[in-house]
Design a protein. Structure first.
Lengths: 237, 328, 290
């Protein structure tokens, strides 16, 4: 479905992403891990259009992703969340989802919005002001909700579980499983916690210094000596 | 239902009661028409500010272009006046296409880039003497016509025309604001990336708001040309056509629909009747003071402030029975 | 023809130098606080009126007005800073609107006090011609240019060498981090406003000695200063000089080759071109504007 080939991003002299090649199939759930500054979020930014790549190619269902403007990528079926939640200001939770649905899919479907709100446990908060009246876990849920409302085939989740306490993290993980089952979407998720990622993802990719250094099952990847080295001292910052 | 009743009362007041009461008083009528002209531009300015998220220092450009185009097509091509006024609006929209590159600039840069455009348009109007009459101006612009036996060229007629223009624009504004486009536009202020990533073509939406705002300003400028019957570049592109609507909209509250309109009528009337008689030359100093006070003490403007106060007073009344001390 | 072009290059160079002094204060405040002071031109103009006051009321040389102009400009600058610091939300845009309002106040205050008449210096010494080979200028123009170069150089030296300069840069690049380093951002910012006031007062007095003043001049001084700041790129002091001279020469060439009516058009078009083509200006550090 999504195919990245030799993606490279340079900021001035710094190479944030270096020749990454990656393919994600339909309904796959893939974890993206790596030390801080490894280029994970930058890779998300390239796919969703916030950052321009300096080299490489990306296709989504055969169509060129990198040439499409940001808003078109949402309509192609790529949804994403932000690590720091970015609710749409001045709107209620429901309006956030409505805008995402209207512009991301081109049509309006109220039942679908209700369903998403229900899945994410936001149904009783639907009329709250999204920017001011939500807790962190609710904001993270709204991030996922906005992305889901665009009816994506691929969901890019940037640390949606980070910063949550154990209980809400567990329930959020369950929700993600349900969403994956119900909507039959592919998920690429950035997450630091190895236990979480091992439970959630049958496949894990590791980035270090902008390069993809491992790709495989959690057991295989986390016993890979290069991966262990990158976590114990290879990462910068 | 309640809202519908309010609208009917408002329409009766504006179209029947007010004209009936003021019909004989040409002075008050002319102040009213002039203040509504400012209100029209203020509404267009606020549309761009509230929905497009862009503060403009250059609406005089659209006002001037609209007024010149309407004057020229009536005088040189004999186009009927109401059609010409619409053409003035479209002309301003076409002029705003030149401003499109400025849309990718952020807040202050956009505000000042559009100021540069206003300067450029003014210089062009002065230099294209063959079309615009140059610095000497255009004299004898045809007045609003008599239609169906009613003379729109009278003060009362001009009032009915401008109030209709404003109500139509306010209706369009309200419809957009309540639509999904309005939601997306309002959200774009603080969270542009968040809207783009869910599929909102923010550049296109902003451009549409710019076009619409320019159109509205151009129409009001065109109306004014036929009301005043005279144009010169220094008048048509005067910074005052930016400054007064800006002060009015911010005074009333530019994120509300009624704020710019009420603000314009209040600010213009007070400026003309009070400030001007106190300080004949330099009375605009009070507009500067007003702007400063609003930005510092009520940055949301007067209408939101009043609403908040009313709500607070009501709540205090509900929660606590009247007390002896003056807490309200 | 060659002589005409040489002369207009020379005049452009001189007037560009004076534009630099007018723009310098605005560029400094913009560089440190990311605030465009739309009342800057009015500050310069107010100083020019101090020179007029000195000459007309006390029949003294307008140059002696510099101390008075310094006091007035700095007071106005501090007042503007004080008001700006009280803005509670949406600082970027509200500061623009607030200083726009202050500009209206100053313009009209000048209008009320001194009427709309045009004034220029009556001391003949300033208009005396200075001939350099084929090139001609007024004595006051050369003086303005000289003062401008000296002050640009002084400001540059001060910003790059002094502790304050470093503090100013720290505050402008990261206000919170500067706070942690023990720098009081309010103090550094008020200093940049005062320095802008000092520069404005020299610019104003020089302006009165070389050219004509009237109340409505303030806003066009501001827009010229802003154009130069954009041309220079945020935070570049030498850039201000180069940008100003570029504008000066472009204007002078337009006047020589086309018509004086298009003079203002040149700088506006140059401004828009730079905004769209070189978003960081000629010398600006990388920064995001769009």
């Amino acid at each position: 479905m999504l195919k990245l080939d030799n993606i490279t991003v340079q900021f001035g002299g710094l190479t944030a992403v270096n020749g990454v090649a990656l393919a994600i199939g339909a309904e796959e759930v893939v974890g993206l891990v790596g030390p801080n500054g490894a280029g994970k979020t930058t890779l998300f930014n390239v796919i969703s259009g916030l950052v321009k790549s300096t080299g490489g190619e990306a296709t989504f269902n055969g169509a060129d992703v990198l040439k499409a403007p940001m808003y078109k990528r949402a309509r192609m079926g790529i949804g994403r969340t932000f690590q720091i939640p970015q609710p749409m200001h001045e709107l209620t939770v429901r309006q956030n989802l409505q805008v995402a649905q209207r512009f991301g899919t081109g049509s309006v479907n109220r039942e679908k919005i209700d369903e998403i709100l229900y899945f994410l446990h936001l149904d009783d908060k639907a009329e709250r002001d999204a920017a001011t009246d939500l807790s962190l876990s609710e904001l993270k849920a709204l991030e996922v909700g906005k992305a889901l409302a665009t009816a994506p085939q691929l969901l890019l989740l940037d640390e949606v579980l980070a910063g949550l306490e154990t209980a809400s993290k567990r329930s959020f993980m369950k929700t993600l499983g349900v969403l994956h089952q119900t909507y039959r979407i592919s998920i690429l998720i950035i997450e630091h916690d190895i236990e979480t990622i091992s439970t959630l993802c049958p496949r894990v990719c590791v980035l270090n210094h902008g390069q993809l250094i491992a790709d495989g099952t959690p057991q295989g990847v986390f016993s890979n000596p290069e991966v262990i080295r990158s976590y114990t001292g290879g990462g910068h910052d | 239902m309640k809202q519908r009743t309010q609208i009917v009362i408002l329409l009766v007041a504006l179209y029947v009661v007010l004209p009936f009461l003021l019909k004989g008083n040409t002075y008050v009528m002319s102040i009213l028409v002039a203040s509504l002209t400012i209100a029209g531009v203020a509404l267009a300015w606020a549309l761009l500010g509230n929905l497009g998220g862009m503060v403009s220092f250059g609406h005089a450009a659209f006002f001037g272009v609209g007024s010149y185009i309407s004057a020229i097509v009536t005088m040189k091509l004999g186009v009927p006046i109401f059609a010409a006024i619409l053409m003035g609006g479209f002309g301003a929209t076409i002029a705003s296409i030149a401003v499109l590159p400025a849309l990718r600039l952020s807040g202050p840069y956009f505000a000042l880039a559009i100021l540069a455009y206003a300067h450029i348009f003014k210089i062009l109007a002065t230099e294209f003497t063959s079309v615009t009459g140059g610095a000497g101006g255009l004299l004898g612009i045809p007045p609003l016509p008599t239609l169906l036996g009613f003379n729109f060229g009278s003060k009362l007629g001009a009032y009915l025309v401008i109030i209709t223009i404003i109500l139509v624009f306010a209706f369009i504004y309200a419809r957009i604001r309540g639509s999904y486009y309005g939601f997306a536009l309002r959200a774009m202020h603080e969270s542009e990336d968040a809207t783009r990533v869910v599929g909102v073509n923010s550049t296109l939406l902003k451009a549409l708001m710019l076009f619409l705002s320019a159109f509205m300003t151009g129409v009001v400028g065109a109306f004014n040309a036929h009301y005043i019957n005279f144009l010169e570049p220094d008048y048509a592109f005067h910074i005052g056509w930016t400054m007064l609507p800006l002060v009015a909209a911010i005074f009333g509250g530019y994120r509300t629909l009624s704020g710019p309109l009420i603000g314009a009528v209040v600010v213009y009337t007070v400026d003309q009747l009070v400030f001007k008689s106190l300080i004949p030359s330099g009375h605009q100093i009070m507009l500067g003071v007003l702007l400063g006070i609003i930005i510092l003490f009520a940055p949301d403007g007067l209408i939101p402030l009043l609403k908040k106060t009313v709500r607070r007073v009501r709540q205090t009344g509900k929660c606590r029975p009247p007390q002896t001390d003056a807490t309200c | 023809m060659i002589e005409l072009i040489l002369q207009s290059l020379y005049s452009g160079l001189l007037s560009g130098g004076s534009y630099a002094l007018i723009a310098l204060g605005l560029a400094l405040v913009f560089g440190t606080m990311k605030i465009i002071n739309l009342a800057h031109g009015e500050m310069v103009l107010l100083a020019a009126y101090m020179a007029y006051l000195m000459e007309s009321k006390l029949t003294l040389s307008p140059i002696l007005a510099i101390p008075l102009a310094l006091v007035v400009s700095c007071l106005v600058a501090v007042a503007i800073y004080f008001l700006l610091s009280r803005i509670s939300k949406n600082r970027e845009l509200n500061s623009l609107i607030l200083t726009f309002g202050i500009g209206i106040i100053l313009t009209n205050a000048i209008l009320i006090i001194w009427s709309a008449d045009i004034h220029s210096t009556s001391s003949p010494g300033f208009q005396e011609p200075v001939v350099l080979g084929p090139l001609f200028s007024m004595r006051s123009e050369l003086g303005f240019f000289g003062v401008s170069i000296v002050l640009v150089a002084a400001l540059w030296w001060w910003l790059s060498r002094s502790w304050y300069g470093r503090a100013l840069r720290a505050v402008s690049s990261n206000r919170d981090a500067a706070k942690l380093m023990g720098i009081n951002p309010h103090r550094t910012e008020v200093v940049s406003f005062v320095v802008a006031g000092i520069l404005a007062s020299f610019a104003g007095v020089a302006l009165y000695c070389t050219s004509v003043i009237q109340p409505s001049l303030g806003s066009s001084l501001t827009s010229k200063a802003f154009i130069i700041t954009v041309l220079a790129g945020i935070g570049s002091i030498p850039g201000v000089l180069v940008g100003a001279i570029l504008i000066g020469i472009a204007e002078a060439m337009t006047v020589t080759l086309y018509s004086s009516a298009l003079q203002e058009l040149t700088s506006m078009v140059l401004f828009l071109l730079v905004l769209f083509v070189l978003p960081n200006g000629l010398f600006g550090a990388a920064g995001r504007r769009g």
